[in-house]
Write a protein that binds this ligand. Sequence first.
Ligand code: NAD
Ligand code: GLY
Length: 364
Amino acid sequence: MKTIRVNTARPYDIQIGQGLLEQAGERCRAALPRAGKIAVVTDSTVAPLYLETVADSLRAAGFQVFCQTVPAGEGSKNTASLSALWESFMEFGLTRTDAVAALGGGMVGDLAGFAAATILRGIDYVQIPTTLLAQVDSSVGGKVAIDLQAGKNLAGAFWQPSLVLMDTDTLRTLPDRDFSSGMAEVIKYGCIADRAFFDFLTAHASREAILAEIESVLYTCCDIKRKVVEEDERDTGLRMILNFGHTVGHAYERMGNYETWTHGEAVAAGMCAAVQIGFGLGVSGGDDSGIQELMDLLEAFHLPTQIPLDTSEAWNAVVEAVGLDKKGTGDELTMIFLKRMGEALPVKQKKDSVLENLEAIYGR
Ligand code: NAD
Ligand code: GLY
């Protein structure tokens, strides 16, 4: 088992290992010494797989346990689910010393985390992430949120968990598409901060090979995120490097109505776009943009390297979502490029130059 201490304003441990769900009770007891009650929030796919194990373990450790299951899928990360959680927490009699546990992927983590951040002006919560994406990204760093009609993650908070408990066994039941989606974020860490890790992934370019080394893969990713979050907990500077591939990626996701492309698929293609745009702008050093090795690695995990924009509606939607249309404020935007593979570089660029390079990628 591996442990990472995250030294944010409210410090906490990330614990990574096999069979940790069975030990959830004792581990939560150590992290939440004051709590008598714990509300476990999960989704309809994860509940039949792992809820009983976690709830039994929590009860054995002396917690009074209440379970709330929301339908699986991004559609549950909304105000209706949030207010249903608030009401159910109050019916269960949660007090300010009690806690919430988020058992599931990033959707559950964001929703339950935001419910914990807001009920009774904020109570403790633990993250028990069960997708690769949630383990390497969303469960760490304290960003919690729900989606609004106006867009994704628009109502939220910075609210650090008291513990992040990652049981690597849970990844065995993850569908291939969700595993690949998480791999996009794993590959992102290699691109922005660790050339040797990128090379390691290239040498382990299959689900089986990654799962054989999963503890160290999760450790490397979470440790990179730890360093960034410790330096910039409230996302005012350095933390933006975690958004490599996300500026264009979010635009692809939105263009596909958050249904056509998973977050990881959109980020994969977004990272390729960012590297190509950066190279076109002369930001990347040397004469090798790293694009080919990035594309090869993404393809090995069945991730797209370019997302088609066949219609003018699709093109315009992406241009608008990236903020390159004339309606946006200002004529510059900050994008994350790679100075070289393994080193991210936030750069303010003229929107017109970014647009020209995006047009070049799409042969327009
Ligand atoms: P998700 O939570 O919707 O999970 C994907 C699917 O996998 C769901 O159907 C879920 O029920 C299922 N699932 C979860 N664990 C499983 C398991 N072990 N076995 C089988 N099926 C399982 O999506 P996600 O990809 O984990 O996360 C995406 C969400 O995370 C988005 O809402 C995104 O906005 C958010 N996010 C947040 C942050 C952050 O910093 N807070 C960062 C990145 C993404
Ligand atoms: N997922 C980006 C961040 O935590 O800042």
